[in-house]
Write a protein that binds this ligand. Sequence first.
Ligand code: 0X9
Ligand code: ZN
Length: 572
Amino acid sequence: MSIKASNINKRNLKQLSNSRHESDIIAGEIFKPSSEPLHKIVKMSTEYETDRDKEVEVITPAGSLDELDMMGASVERSYKPVLMGASFIIFCTMRRLTPTVPLLAALLQMLSASALEDGDTDETVVSYKGYQLIRVFPMDGPQVDLVRSLVDKEEQVTLWSRHFAPSRGVDTYRRNQSSAADLLTSPQVKGTVVDYLDTHHIAHLVLIQDLQTAIESENPPMEPEDEEWENRGGHRLSWTRYHRHKGLHKYRDSRANPVGTTVSRCTPSAFTSLIVSDIDSYLDYLANTYTDICQTEIIGKSSQGRDLKLLKVSTGGKGKPAIWIDGGIHAREWISPATVTYILLHLVEFRDQHSELLDSVDWYILPLANPDGYEYSHSTDRLWRKTRSRVGGSKRGAGCYGVDPNRNWDFHWAPGSPSDSCREDFSGPRAFSEPETRAMSEFILSRQLEIKVYLTVHSYSQMWLVPWGYKEEKPRDYYDMYTLAEKGVEALEAIRGTDYLLGTAAELLYTAPGGSDDWAKGVAGIKYSYSIELPDTGDYGFVLPANQIEPVGQETWAAVKAIATHFADGHN
Ligand code: 0X9
Ligand code: ZN
């Protein structure tokens, strides 16, 4: 049995202690109350009820050896401390636990406490049984206001997406489509919502009859191939299902990757993190296989300590234009990281088909910008959008975790009140409060002269969004941005006729401050900054079935290729 630290809760802890079986690895962090992680258990093999020794690998600050020593005072063990930076890695071998030997129990308890504080643990998986996605079609301003006030007043109604654009007469491809908003309603308020809409003569239709059914059929079970890959340090990927961020890595030496770690030119990862990610493993695979063009870099850590792993694809040389692509800023938009890795597949593994795009352009690709939220959306709440940092001063305040990473950038950032911390679009206690947005921004600024295109991939709505998103006015060079985006959209639509809207975020969706696209343009000075909202237009919304990964990947790759060709042709 293997248990991820983030899933440790009272129930499975008990299971673990009652288990007669070998349990192989537990990883996690032990926190001192309200302080930095003290010891990090990176590997632990527990063999309850057996006479075999147990091995624990712990990373601990060099100064706190004594404390660990005290915790294990009654345990026979041997340390082989290895100094790594400011930390020791300790391999301690413990003898079989007896009831009076509390080390392992203490470790587990502390793990459990920290995990509970993290808020990602004992929750039962959220069920969306009976939840419906309802599309409403407000015809005029007063009806739009009625829909807005319904969402504001009714806690059990959430806005998934809204497109009020046509009433403002924008220059889009789908000018004639009526104004619409998608509302997720709980079974408890569904009747009231429908009555309200009928009373005010607002047309509506049910897009998803039962969200839980859609969630359950979204992702097919793992193929044997996936299962085999799951436990490798660097492996290929498939695009027939959505992949988890992390799995437990069972058999390599496990040491954390410090920020700034790069793997390049056939250097296999010297230190492989114990908690390996399927998605990150694909980046490792590319770096270790296509050693002449790929290099991974850990550009930072998430608030729960996961790597923010980026792949640089470059044939070398200086002064080339670069394209940045990130995915997974919003946790629940699973199609985004899947599409970004699909782009990598084509860019790198089919490199011969478009060598000019590699020869003349450098690529910085971060498929998973919010790994904590993404993992949480797999483990606990499929509709989680934000990061998983602790906010709002509440220890266990239900749902009051996380910041919207697309409201947290330091450009026209708008503070929310502390009571907003439960909102899905909470902008954070301050701009760049989130380590994820901070790390991305620092990396981008360090390459701001090279990076010519900033592309951030979201879902859903089928829209190619141009700044500004924080205000309705357009940038002075809007026409240049529009013209290049048009090339992308045309190439995309040529694949299978998928209909995309093109326009500013403010006119097609809504005004929203603190977005990464606006920051990339307004602060980093990247002229071509875009957000893409991938399919669909609401039939499945965020729970797009996995069989759509490939078609969406193909058409999005066509768009990206068209954009890159512009620079490969020598334009700036
Ligand atoms: O609201 C967002 O953050 C994006 N839409 S999503 O449904 N993926 O959440 C749109 C962002 C557009 N850009 C700005 N408002 N700056
Ligand atoms: Zn998004």
